[in-house]
Design a protein around this ligand. Structure first.
Ligand code: ZN
Length: 302
């Protein structure tokens, strides 16, 4: 099976033509891969279609397509707006028909979900959540979002989980107002990459180990993970994204999670269990692309 996989991000679209068929426990082989900057929907979607058009001539046409998209997106199959971006502050993208465009241009069935739900499904098949029925995939980067896998399947419900827009108790000595356009100081407003840059005057990659930024970041993430642990009872929380995968961050979040829970959840009361509870995605930065292929591969069963 040849799969057109698209990780549709707010800053870039990562696209790959992949071939499944090897060992069930390993992700599909990447035949070709590229990345296209996210500009206007018109320009971006056509650039992605042109990539697949060119690669199809070399490797053959895809049989299916999977798209993991930045959101919010409409996921209810009964809605006429299925497959579209809904309300986004991103200029031009409100109402953009991402799934419909690729159904037409590639001429194949399209599986469509949030980028984080797709990444979670990839981690379930091939990554750090293999075999788990309940876990959370959280990405911390330009924004903060999370995919929820519960009872052996992805959670959609009303729309899709919005783990980044959780309101948290603030640290008493934190004067930063937060930058979420909807809530100011939700988790995303306090701890996303742009929030780190706005708070400290430098992007995270320029803040050294030991800078107070990282302890505060770990504290807010631990507080959020404590809320997810209490509400969703995941067996593991994966921390992905450019900020989330920073070396040492997951380990520190696990330690502070213990403090946040104050021994309340017996399953997480010992340091060894805690250390394994917050983990990095096994597919690393490719979780989104492989996850987009994963949701396409499972389509016939749905
Ligand atoms: Zn928010």
């Amino acid at each position: 099976m040849t799969i057109a996989a698209i990780e549709a991000g707010g800053t870039k679209f990562v696209c790959g033509l992949l071939r499944a068929g090897g060992h069930a426990f390993s992700p599909p082989a990447v035949l070709a891969k590229t990345s296209v900057p996210t500009t206007s929907p018109e320009e971006t979607l056509h650039a992605v279609a042109a990539f697949f058009e060119g690669q199809s001539k070399i490797h053959g046409r895809p049989d299916v397509a999977g798209i993991g998209s930045f959101g919010p997106v409409e996921l209810r199959p009964s809605s006429p707006a299925w497959g579209r971006v809904t309300s986004t502050p991103k200029p031009g993208w409100s109402g953009a028909d991402i799934a419909g465009f690729f159904m037409k241009s590639l001429g194949v069935a399209v599986a469509f979900d949030t980028d984080v739900n797709a990444a979670a499904y990839g981690e379930y098949l091939w990554g750090s959540a293999r075999g788990l029925k309940d876990f959370v995939y959280l990405t911390v980067g330009t924004g903060i979002g999370g995919g929820v896998f519960s009872g052996g399947g992805l959670v959609h419900g009303l729309s899709h989980p919005e783990l980044g827009h959780l309101r948290l108790a603030r640290e008493a000595d934190d004067p930063f107002p937060g930058l979420c356009p909807y809530h100011k100081d939700c988790l995303e407003g306090l701890a996303s990459g742009p929030a780190i840059e706005a708070r400290w005057g430098k992007p995270g990659r320029e803040l050294p180990e030991g800078h107070p930024a990282w302890e505060l970041e770990a504290r807010y993430l631990a507080r959020a993970v404590a809320a997810y642990a209490c509400v969703l009872s995941p067996e593991r929380v994966l921390l992905g994204g450019g900020v989330g995968m920073r070396p040492g961050l997951a380990e520190r979040v696990a330690v502070l999670l213990g403090e946040e829970l104050s021994g309340y959840l017996p399953a997480l009361s010992d340091p060894v269990r805690l250390a394994a509870y917050v983990a990095r995605p096994g597919l690393g930065a490719d979780a989104g692309l492989f996850g987009s292929a994963a949701i396409a591969m499972r389509m016939p069963e749905d």
